[in-house]
Write a protein that binds this ligand. Sequence first.
Ligand code: FES
Ligand code: FE2
Length: 452
Amino acid sequence: MAIAANASPTSGLVDLSTGQISREIFVNEEIYQQEQEQIFSRAWLFIGHESQVSKPGDYFVSSMGEESVILCRDRQGSIHVFLNSCRHRGMKVCRYDEGNTPVFTCPYHGWSYSTDGKLVGVPFFKDAYHEELDKSKWGLVQVAQLHNYKGSIWATWDESAPSFLEYIGGFQLYLDLLLDSWSGEEGGTEVFGGVEKWLIPCNWKFPAENFVGDRYHNISHRSVDMVGIGPSGTGRRDTAERSGARFLDICFPERGHGTVMQLRSVDAPIPESYQDLPVLAEYFRWCEEERKRRVGDRWRLMGGPGTVFPNMSYLPRQPRSIAVWHPRSANQTEVWRWFLMDSQAPPEVRDFLRQYYIRYSGPGGLTEQDDMENWNYAHAASSGVIARRHPYNYEMGMGYEIPNFEDNGLKLPGVVLDSTNARAGEQNQRAFYGRWAEFMASEDWGRLATWR
Ligand code: FES
Ligand SMILES: [Fe+2]
């Protein structure tokens, strides 16, 4: 595609009036480079979880867009996010994935930084710098804003970005289903096991849009449904909890976030789950009863996959996890998957769920393998000069959006598409790409905070 000078390179590529989106936005390297500037240097991004840095000196190396960052808890107990690049010549000051340290010492010439980012050690400070280097000006680069939301750590490079809570808006209600414990205890979750990391040969937006609300691809998972990899051995998830529920797609077009939801009926019984394993059955029954007591009407919400714009996706129920789709090139994405566990879950529940998590998600997970096959081949088959002339179709469910959804007194924030019968719709994907186009075209947050 020829990109005209002085024109936004992405104008006309996302057409929400027809539901058509150009393949260029997935395969064009120039557009990919612009995304780094327009999206990843301005949006709030997920960094990690506070349980990964529970003690002073703990650190976890993460990524914001293409850039390596260090999530770290300093000696006083405050959490920071630093650019993982020495101020002297840019060497990576931390080359480990995680650990505990009193200082970060650069391997190149030996500048060292304390865990709150200050430059504290400079070799030959007296003889080579004559004590004239102003160390207070050469600490590690820190993010402009950081927010700890129920243990999940988020950051942005843009000081003019709205606060995290404003960025999330009404989506907070749905994100809570991920971060609160199954029993409804606020923020009662922790990271469980290690973080899985692997590369996939496709654009980062393929998985992000899949999680934002692609209910339509059930055919891809026929085999895992049939072998019954789910906790109760029926289907790939537990099905008892879903019987009689309304199926809703929920999106926030002015923000780009979206999720799918099952809404239990007002008189839904507590599902009989995990019946073959008494410890689990008892634990989840207790959780459901507790949650019903704690959150009232919201007990009816059973969260499905979701995406927080741009590249953090999650699954709020088992296998409860977070995925970040780190962009590496137009044609490559590095996937990181964190698994979450109720902090109060007994050992038997942890061990059982650990096996289910591995069976379902990650590079060896059967369900995730199905998805990756689709993204990888779709990407490759969209890259050729002929393929790139033909847009994708996102018109499913256009015109059926419900702006002020209510069910038996329960009002749900966001725009809702009732897909109980179809079990599919593409309004969430349209919202995601509409927001993507706004980010690509807007100069500053003054224009991006459209809800103000
Ligand atoms: S690059 Fe780090 S001390 Fe020189
Ligand atoms: Fe899938």
